[in-house]
Design a protein around this ligand. Structure first.
Ligand SMILES: C[S@@+](CC[C@H](N)C(=O)[O-])C[C@H]1O[C@@H](n2cnc3c(N)ncnc32)[C@H](O)[C@@H]1O
Length: 181
């Protein structure tokens, strides 16, 4: 299965909680890592590393990446770039997901925060502009739906490696087992 990595553009200090949630969504729904474009944030990085330490991985976080360099390297390694935007091809009413999957290539998924630069919509940056419905909502929800459709739900039963803790699903209540210290 090709791998998926998320590129988060436009993170500001006031977005710490949302960017952390984008990263946790990426990890929990099957992505291999997250790249923060043109910025770093210790609080986000520590939160993500703590979750990986306790609940397993592998999942990486990279910071201070240039969007153009990241896209160039990604393409040099054979990958494609998907920009999630409300203005793109609708994931439900078009065949865009079929075309993405048919490529058989690793996918770099770009999500924004504030308004993204116009070149994100062009071939310079994106191979596909994909809308999770053509209504504006959130980077977190759009990423979640994209990943779930890409992995066809199989990501929800993924086994995480090196976890210290694991949840045992219950009809009611909470059961967590400790696997290691
Ligand atoms: C709060 S929205 C940004 C809205 C911004 N005002 C704009 O006009 O682009 C943040 C990010 O969520 C994602 N997003 C929001 N709605 C989306 C949708 N319907 N489909 C795909 N992605 C969406 C995009 O990646 C967007 O950059």
């Amino acid at each position: 299965m090709p791998k998926v990595v998320v590129l988060r553009w436009g993170h500001r200090p006031r977005d710490q909680r949302l960017t952390t949630h984008v990263a946790l969504t990426a990890r929990a729904l099957g992505a291999s890592g997250i790249i923060l474009a043109e910025t770093s944030d210790q609080t986000v990085r520590r939160s993500v590393e703590k979750v990986v330490e306790n609940w397993g991985g592998p999942f990486f976080i990279e910071e201070n990446a240039s969007v153009k360099d990241t896209v160039r390297r990604w393409r040099e390694n054979g990958g494609i770039v998907v920009h999630l935007t409300a203005y793109g091809e609708n994931i439900e009413t078009s065949d865009v997901m079929d075309r993405i999957k048919a490529s058989g290539r690793d996918v770099l998924v770009i999500v924004g925060s504030q308004k993204v630069p116009p070149e994100f919509f062009t071939e310079e940056i994106s191979d596909f502009n994909v809308a999770i419905g053509n209504q504006p909502h959130s980077e977190c929800s759009s990423l979640a739906v994209f990943l779930d459709r890409y992995f066809e739900g199989k990501e929800l039963s993924k086994k995480f490696e090196g976890a210290k803790l694991m949840i045992i699903p219950q009809r009611r209540g909470k059961k967590v087992v400790k696997l290691s210290d």
